[in-house]
Structure formats: structure tokens, C-alpha cells
Design a protein around this ligand. Structure first.
Ligand SMILES: [Zn+2]
Length: 136
């Protein structure tokens, strides 16, 4: 059995247990999965961050997650190669680039929630991708 996070069209999220993804799709198509909050059967699976973060488990549980993981890994490799790592200064550098105070370039780094809020307020475009750690 696998626990999937499920969301309904009204924005509620809840957890459901299914034998596998096919079982989820089958039950969904037969409208057997309903939201415990509002009762709608219009539900979708939320990709599990836990499954994405743990390669072994993801492979064992759901083979269809793998292309997604490969895409994130490739994206991460691309970013590591082509983006300058500014570490914790990401927010400061992003704002400087936004206002033309420093050279326009691709950067990567880490932000706190507070810094992300600031970037949004300043209208700075940024993308968040998950950092994957593979446990050996
Ligand atoms: Zn609902």
C-alpha cells in the first residue's frame, strides 16, 4: 500500500492509501475517491515529495515517478553547470540584477522564506527546485 496525497477541485488535501498508482486511477475513474471535507469525487494525486526525495523508495513504489525524478536531476545538473552559485546572498544578488546594479547573469543559491517574500514584493522572478539527496 502507498499513501498518496490527494487534492480536490475545492483545494482540500487529504491522504489516501492505494495498492499502486493504477489502483488510484481506477478508483478515481469510478468516482470511488471522495474528498472527506466536501464530498466531491473530482480529485487529483499530488506528487509525493517523499517519494521524489527517496530514490530507492520511489523506484520500488511507483515506476512512473522515475521520469519525473530524472527531469529534476537533469535540471539540477544544468543549473549547477550554468548558474553562478551565490549561496546565501541569492536574494541580494537577485535584487541587484533586477535593478541593473550588477551584471545580468544566471544565479542560484538559497533563500529564507522572508527573502522569498521580499523577492516577490520586488517583482523579482525566481524559480524554486527541490534539492534531492539520495540516501545510500
Ligand atoms: Zn474537498
Amino acid at each position: 500500500m502507498i499513501a498518496y496525497d490527494v487534492t480536490c477541485t475545492n483545494g482540500h488535501t487529504f491522504e489516501g492509501w492505494f495498492a499502486d498508482n493504477a489502483s488510484f486511477e481506477d478508483q478515481k475513474s469510478r468516482k470511488l475517491i471522495d474528498c472527506p471535507y466536501c464530498g466531491t469525487t473530482r480529485v487529483e494525486r499530488i506528487p509525493s515529495t517523499f517519494a521524489i526525495g527517496n530514490r530507492q523508495k520511489a523506484r520500488a513504489e511507483s515506476a512512473d515517478m522515475m521520469p519525473h525524478i530524472d527531469t529534476i536531476t537533469q535540471l539540477r545538473r544544468y543549473i549547477e553547470k550554468n548558474f553562478e552559485d551565490v549561496g546565501e546572498k541569492f536574494a541580494d544578488e537577485a535584487v541587484k540584477i533586477h535593478y541593473g546594479e550588477t551584471d545580468k547573469r544566471n544565479i542560484r543559491g538559497t533563500t529564507t522564506q522572508e527573502e522569498e517574500r521580499r523577492l516577490k514584493e520586488e517583482g523579482v522572478a525566481f524559480v524554486k527546485i527541490p534539492i534531492i539527496r539520495y540516501d545510500s
